[in-house]
Design a protein around this ligand. Structure first.
Ligand SMILES: [Zn+2]
Length: 423
């Protein structure tokens, strides 16, 4: 079809895979990139519409590898200082019926889109399949991780719920929408090792929370502390739950080794774990603002080790966790996580861009080229404002500013730009 070509000229065009030109240009044909790079190399194709964005950095859509869109109705809430108390409060505020869950997810999808999100790893709380339906209806690709809970004798129920849901999804038509169901064993204190082993055998993406808090470390080591108290209060404790005398990563080693997990947080990691996580091809879903919100890692502990993880060859991608933890009520965006790390740690912008795009896409089983400027289908293009009169590198300026991004090429309609479930 002719007449759909657009030449976008911008102050900088950049992706995480080495395409970088300032000034730069991207030639698109509908939802496909034809070429990107220096304006002279692309020229002025006849018949193409031209869009001039001299004060914008043009970059690919972003990947939020760990979020909880179904908690979006709660909005940002300050942390009271007690993790178990927080879990309790969220449980009580969680949307109860299908309509309320759907509405919360829709709000989360709108906020994620406003944040420039092209792909999500979304945790579907309480084992609900409502979120995957809403993601599908909105055309937001990625993985909906069905969250399950099951400790002690309750592990069988959790395994059954996962197995049945995966079977149901795999029977569906329309699997070319770039959206998959994944397994989401919640955390090592709320799911037993059998649930993890079963999740790892399902042949779908798997995500969990791991080594998030000192309370979790205490629980796995000694089967005591505030999280043991929580399980008892919830009436799910039984005598088959015991102390493992181990760190949660070592405790789950069998399952983590069996399939590449997405492990959220990893606030408390020992030296020896770095090599293991690299060997196991675990992706660390680092949610910097959420970690800071909860005060992790705690004083006296080493700061979050994401840079050492990267040096050790561990894949680290960015997530936001839920809107509850965020300081941006108008959007859910890993660009704000990049900004947070750039300001706090001075982390290299290109490293951050990789964490916010291709690293997450690989973890979600999507084609990472969807979130680069490589020729072919695109999961959308974003423009982020900078000041062309400021001599500082435009991408660094974007990381110093707080402006929202805007979509300049919308994500392709379902089925057109996304990879299928087997890639
Ligand atoms: Zn989470």
């Amino acid at each position: 079809m002719g007449g759909r070509r657009t030449l976008i000229r911008a102050g900088l065009v950049v992706d995480a895979e080495g395409c970088r030109a300032g000034p730069g240009a991207v030639l698109v044909d509908g939802p496909r990139i034809v070429a990107a790079g220096a304006p002279a190399a692309i020229g002025r194709p006849s018949g193409a519409r031209t869009v001039d964005l001299p004060d914008a950095v043009v970059l690919p859509g972003l990947v939020n590898v760990h979020c909880h869109l179904d908690l979006s109705h709660i909005g940002p809430v300050p942390f009271g200082g007690d993790f178990v108390d927080w879990i309790d409060r969220v449980r009580l505020k969680r949307a109860g019926d299908d309509q309320a869950i759907a509405a919360s997810v829709r709000r989360g999808i709108d906020l994620a889109r406003a944040g420039g999100t092209a792909l999500v790893g979304d945790i579907a709380g309480a084992g609900s399949r409502i979120p995957i339906g809403e993601l599908r209806a909105a055309g937001l690709a990625g993985v909906s991780f069905l969250e399950v809970f099951g400790v002690g004798r309750r592990q069988g129920n959790a395994i059954r719920a996962l197995t049945e849901a995966v079977k149901f999804e795999s029977n569906r038509d329309g699997s070319q929408d770039g959206l998959r169901l994944g397994a989401g064993p919640h955390a090592p204190y709320s799911c037993g090792i059998d649930v993890y082993r079963a999740a790892a055998e399902l042949g779908v993406p798997v995500a969990t929370h791991l080594a998030e808090s000192l309370e979790e470390l205490q629980f796995i080591r000694a089967a005591e502390g505030p999280l043991a108290g929580l399980l008892k209060r919830l009436g799910v404790w039984d005598e088959t739950i015991f102390a493992h005398q181990a760190h949660p990563i070592d405790y789950l080693a069998d399952a983590l080794r069996a399939t590449p997990f997405i492990a959220a947080h990893l606030n408390y990691v020992e030296d020896r774990h770095l090599e293991l996580l690299a060997d196991w091809r675990t992706t660390v879903a680092y949610c910097p603002r959420a970690s800071a919100y909860f005060g992790h890692p705690q004083p006296g502990r080493s700061p979050h080790r994401y840079r050492q993880m990267l040096e050790a060859g561990v894949s680290v991608a960015l997530g936001t966790d839920s809107l509850i933890c965020l300081d941006t009520p108008d959007r859910i965006s890993v660009l704000d996580e990049m900004r947070f790390l750039y300001r706090r740690d001075g982390t290299d912008p290109m490293t951050l861009l990789r964490m916010a795009t291709t690293a997450g896409a690989v973890a979600l089983g999507a084609d990472p080229s969807l979130v680069t400027l490589a020729p072919g289908p695109t999961a959308g293009l974003l423009a982020a404002t900078f000041d062309p009169h400021n001599p500082l590198d435009p991408l660094r300026q974007v990381l110093q500013r707080d402006d929202p991004v805007r979509w300049i090429v919308a994500p392709a309609p379902a089925g057109e730009s996304q990879t299928g479930p087997t890639t």
